[in-house]
Design a protein around this ligand. Sequence first.
Ligand code: F6P
Length: 365
Amino acid sequence: MIQTIGILTSGGDSPGLNAAIRGVGKACQSHGMRIVGIRDGFRGLMENRTVSLEGEALSGILTLGGTILGTSREKPHKMLVDGRFRDMTQALVANYHANGLDCLVCLGGGGTQKNALRLKQAGLNVVTLPKTIDNDVALTDITFGFDTALGIATDAIDRLHSTAHSHHRIIVVEIMGHRAGWLALGAGISGGADVILIPEIPYEVEVVAEAIKARKRMGKPFSIVAVAEGAISGQEFAARQDAAEKKKTRKPKEVVAEPELVYAERTLRLAHQLERLTGLEARVTILGHLQRGGAPSAADRLLATRLGTAAADLIRLRQYGVMVAARGETSVPVPLEEVAGQVKLVPPEHPWVESARGVGTSFGD
Ligand code: F6P
């Protein structure tokens, strides 16, 4: 019996998705399987919107950014239908069977791993690959998308140095990553940022200002501050902990937590505070979705192809219910139960942090 494989991309778009679609698809085809694309993530499966990936459909996409299938952040169990969020899991299950699928391959980040597990629990055969520029998926060395975004953010920091030193300014550059600091840390080190602020190491603005003033005293009246979008001050960290504690012991309605600032508001506030505390002019650059755009790096193409073809091998052996993780030079299957709901944050003593401190970078702690 010929196996029929569905493939979808879910969550934020990321460089390397098309390389992974091609890797899974071409390898599945070489094993004699049929491959069907599903548009716009889990929403597309719920609405039964499919696209043929036969013939030339997988050619010429290796170097393309974004995803040829389209994506969405929708969850099977919480989908907006007729103005209300509903559990549509059974509609997805029905369309999986209507298309005669033997396995559904889901390419995505942390949220996708959770949603894929839900579909597995609903009786479907699923295999996932770890994708995100945030690099925060657990149990894999790295996710595809990260290397490209790292290159883009590093290049941005390189360019921002020109204005920083010419105008004797502080440049605060906000880098994506959601609640993880991998991208800001990696780009901050590679771009030679003077201060790196990440969510895993709460900062004190006075300490950051002191590091900038110390540079000024050394004849360097400019600084680059690489701030992860999720970075928070010690005070905000304490407030978050406090709200989490109260949530454990009280009914949700009784917990009135201070609304948190959105990412960009925090970054702007940081720049204002640094201007006031150091007497230097500060400017803000928010890299935003530029970090997810364009052609994938060679390393991401390689990783996506490696993981994609490994997924096809597992499917051929009918080994389902796993995420294909990168471990050193190898690709290993990890049960979805182990990865779903986990997040890989930067350990505060991680060797990258130690190296950054070693070259005099301040973390504001
Ligand atoms: O998860 C990838 C990511 O780019 C995060 O770094 C960022 O917080 C988020 O997606 C932005 O999401 P959206 O594209 O939906 O605005």
